[in-house]
Design a binder for this molecule. Structure first.
Ligand SMILES: [Zn+2]
Length: 216
């Protein structure tokens, strides 16, 4: 799952209109933003295994800190509490927390059974990455619904508020399509650095969101 997570971040704006899209993206993608850092420092592991699923060439054999259900719930509480400490908005803090843990459930739909329920526990996953028509439909549907919700509750204040947002949506969508076409990256390390580079969408979303206003 890739753009579906950003769809959740976009759609969450309807329920937390005072929260920046940058924060909502940080929450919805939190597990995958921390994950490459843990790969690079050697706390979690992945291997490239072309053909392991029809769409994703990765064997996620060891990522209990970022991608177990129990630790996701802990990250969700940490992010929600951190947001509350900074912003004092209880409702938005809940939305942030729910966005963090939503990531695990969306991953659960597409991953093969490699997502642990808790570190060392049984691994689950419905494996939609083997049914590419359904998987792509699901991702596009969530992304489009999220973008539609975001656009329906915000309005551009100026030209940047339009261009920066549309450029961001195009970057995410085309980046996802390109990753599907490109297939397996040359090494685990280059893949981890590619995933680290996705941090760029957090300030980008924050910046475009600042040039828009909430309608509710
Ligand atoms: Zn993930």
């Amino acid at each position: 799952m890739f753009i579906g997570h950003f769809g959740v971040g976009l759609g969450a704006k309807k329920f937390a209109p005072r929260t920046s899209l940058g924060s909502l993206f940080l929450a919805a993608q939190f597990l995958d933003l921390v994950w490459p850092i843990l790969l690079l420092v050697g706390l979690e592991h992945v291997r490239i295994a072309p053909g392991i699923t029809r769409m994703s060439p990765f064997d996620f054999y060891d990522y209990p800190i970022t991608h177990s259900l129990v630790t996701s719930a802990i990250w969700s509480a940490v992010v929600g509490a951190g947001y509350f400490a900074l912003r004092r908005n209880g409702r938005a803090a809940w939305i942030m927390g729910i966005a963090v843990v939503s990531h695990w459930f969306l991953d659960f739909l597409v991953h093969r059974p490699d997502l642990p329920l808790w570190p060392g526990g049984p691994k689950v996953g419905l494996g939609l990455w083997n049914c590419w028509v359904l998987e792509m439909f699901l991702e596009v549907a969530i992304f489009a619904a999220g973008a539609w919700l975001y656009l329906s509750v915000t309005r551009a204040r100026d030209r940047i508020g339009g261009y920066a947002l549309w450029a961001l949506l195009a970057f995410l969508f085309l980046g996802w399509v390109a990753s599907l076409i490109a297939g397996a990256p040359p090494s685990e390390r280059s893949m981890a650095w590619g995933a680290v580079s996705m941090w760029i969408v957090v300030p980008w979303a924050w910046w475009s969101d600042r040039h828009r206003e909430a309608l509710t």
